[in-house]
Every structure is written in C-alpha cells, then in structure tokens.
Design a protein around this ligand. Structure first.
Ligand code: GLA
Length: 388
C-alpha cells in the first residue's frame, strides 16, 4: 500500500529530497457513545485500517496536496499564508486545520510541504477518516519539523482543528483513540480528566465485525451539535439544584433525584442517556477485565437501545442493521458506533458464525433498506507510525 503511495507521490511531485512515509489508524468505539462532550468515559480502539501519508518538506511557503481517494480533485496548491479558518471546503482543510492548530499552540512552520494520502477507511462511515488525517498530519509535523509535542497534545491539537478550523464541535474521543492506539487494546478514557488505561481486548473465539449502513453521515450537517446543546442546557438546569461539573459526574441514582430540574422531557431523555451510558461504559470495562464477554455484549446492546430511544441518533438504517445482528446466532453484542445518523455498527461475533452473520444481516438489510450494507472484520491496531 505504502509502496503504491510512494510511486504516485513521485509521479505527482517528483522524487528528489527526503521523502517520509507515515500511517495513522481509524477507530471504532466499543462503548461510551456521546459521552465525550459530557465529561464521561469512552472505550474506543484504533484499527489496522487508516490513512497512509507521504510527505516532504519544502524550502518555500507552498503546500501541495494530493489524495488518492479524490483523484479527480487533482493536486491542490496552497500556501502557508492561506491557512486560515473558514477558508477551505476541500478535504485539505483537515491538514491545514492541524497546521493552524499547531501554530495556535506556538509550533509555527515557516516552510511548507508536499503531501499525499490514501485512506483505507470508507469516507463518512463513522470510523473517523477525518480524525485519522488530522492525527496523521500532527505526526508528520512532529517528524518533519522536529516539534517536541507528545501524542496526547497531537490529539488535542487535532480536536482543536476539527472544532475551530473545520467547524465541527466534536469531543476528544476520535483523535485520542487514534493518536494513542495500541494493538489488541481498547482505551478506557475519562474525558473529564484525560486519564486513560489500556484494556486488553482478548475476545477468545470472537471477532469485531463492523457493518457499514452506507448512509453517509456528515457530522456538520447532522444533529450532532444540537444534541450537544441539549446536554449543555440540561446540565445547566441540573446545576441550579446540584453542583456538578458535567453530566458524567452523576450516578444513575443521583440523576433520578435531580432530573425534575430539567424542564423539557426531551432534554431529560438526552441527559439520561449521557449519565446511564457513562455508567454502562464503566461497567462494561469492568466486565471485560473479569473476562465476562457476555456481560460486555449485553451492555453494548443496552447502549444501542439508549441511543435509539433516549438519544435518538440511530435511524432506520442503523436500527435495521443492529436489530438484524441481535437475531443472528453467535452474536455477543451489537450497537451503532460513532456519532450515529448513519455510519457504522459494531458487533462481536463468534468466529464460526461470522460468515453466516454477514450473509444473514446483509440480506435482512437489503430486504428492508433496498441497498447493500458492507461488512469489515477488523483488528485492533497501533497508533500512528513513521514507516520505514
Ligand atoms: C463523533 C465525535 C466524537 C464523539 C462521537 C459520539 O465521533 O467526533 O467526539 O462525540 O461522535 O460518541
């Protein structure tokens, strides 16, 4: 894969000078959805699919970009002087956003670079293709310009780029999961403090199967920001009766005691999801530590129900995929993953049932929705790498 990228890079930009090669993964979240902007816990992992990148420092202020995923766009030329929020609508905004965010944090680059990428994550599938490019860019900036920035900061600068340059008010989960990924481990992250622990995911005799609804999900035009605002308002209403920093600080019992402070029944549901999902995530990680994979799966199922009924971010495509998954033999648990409103599901499926699972869920989906879902049996991979 990287060899092909290198060839195309040399063909587009020429083969002189020091050319460096990189990879940053995508991510899937196992449980803890829509908790990361509510001071709760998440439990994502990096994947072995992701974004390959090639870069070479320039001596002038030019930036030249090429994506093998958007070949018709061709080479995009820009300059460091054009790196400003709101100036860009192409895929290159993810790269420029990170250049901008690094500069905001005092890591200014004076010369540009040539950049080529190839993503193996389906765009808009909810497996964080954009966060993958952002963290890839952070990794490149660190390596090419020698910035002394740790990977947690790379994730924070990438989030800053997404929030302020791209204009999507996302939490820290995606960028953190990608920057801090570790093979065969998921990351139990407390988004209130950024404390994290790696938990081995040893699914004896089972695989992680991702189902792609093929319904594109653009975070910007989705109701993501609306959900976030609903949670913020509910928090404010609760804070009038109880001093808490975030919804993630509440136990289920505490929430039940204070929920009458929330004036609107819809906001009660939104906040209930945030609180219960956080507690479910803590319990799920505990179950996994105790090798109770069945319990982990039950909690994944409960997470989906809450996202469907209380948070209302699923929709017919995700519900059809997940509900068909629940009916298949050998399924330990299944839920939507990521922001929702389309995108992907994640299921844990026993090895010997994987083929039948894909056939059965695929047929049910096509029957109801009228087009195909795609399935990927994935592996948990490491964070970003500088490739030889
Ligand atoms: C998107 C955002 C994340 C997180 C999830 C929902 O992936 O980028 O920050 O909020 O949705 O859990």
């Amino acid at each position: 894969m990287i060899k092909k990228c290198r060839e195309v890079f040399e063909e587009k930009f020429g083969g002189d000078g020091e050319i460096r090669q990189y990879f940053a993964p995508g991510r899937v979240n196992l449980i803890g959805e829509h908790t990361d902007y509510n001071g709760g816990h998440v439990f994502p992992c990096a994947l072995t699919i992701g974004t390959y990148g090639i870069a070479r420092k320039r001596t002038d202020r030019k930036l030249r970009f090429y994506s093998m995923n958007f070949e018709t766009t061709g080479i995009v030329e820009s300059s460091l002087d054009e790196v400003k929020p709101g100036a860009d609508s192409l895929w290159t905004r993810y790269v420029k956003g990170v250049i901008w965010a690094f500069a905001e944090k005092g890591h200014v680059i004076e010369t540009g670079f040539d950049f080529l990428c190839l993503g193996t994550i389906p765009n808009g599938s909810g497996l964080s293709s954009s966060a993958s490019i952002e963290v890839l860019t952070g990794t490149i900036l660190k390596d090419l310009y020698g910035f002394d920035v740790n990977m947690v900061d790379v994730s924070l600068y990438s989030q800053l780029a997404e929030n302020r340059y791209v204009g999507v008010n996302c939490g820290i989960m995606d960028q953190f999961a990608i920057a801090m990924g570790k093979k065969n481990h998921a990351i139990f992250l407390d988004t209130a403090t950024l404390d994290y622990q790696y938990a081995p995911v040893q699914l004896e005799g089972a695989k992680i199967v991702i189902g792609n609804t093929n319904k594109k999900r653009g975070l910007g035009d989705s109701k993501y920001n609306e959900r976030r605002a609903e949670c913020e308002k509910a928090l404010e209403e609760i804070q009038a009766v109880k001093k808490i920093p975030s919804l993630g600080a509440l136990s289920e019992e505490e929430f039940e005691e204070v929920k009458s402070a929330i004036a609107d029944p819809v906001r009660v549901k939104r906040a209930r999801h945030a609180v219960y999902e956080n507690q479910r995530t803590i319990r799920a990680v505990e179950a996994l530590k105790n090798n109770d994979v069945a319990q982990f799966g039950q909690l994944m199922n409960a997470s989906h129900v809450s996202l469907r009924d209380d948070y209302e971010v699923t929709g017919i495509e995700l519900d059809t995929l997940v509900e068909a998954a629940w009916k298949q033999p050998g399924v330990i648990g299944a839920r939507m993953t990521g922001a929702g409103f389309g995108g992907c599901t994640v299921s844990l499926v026993k090895d010997e049932h994987v083929d039948a699972f894909i056939a059965g869920v695929g047929a049910a989906y096509r029957g109801k929705i009228g087009y195909d879902a795609d399935f990927y049996v994935v592996e948990i991979g490491d964070g970003p790498q500088v490739l030889a």
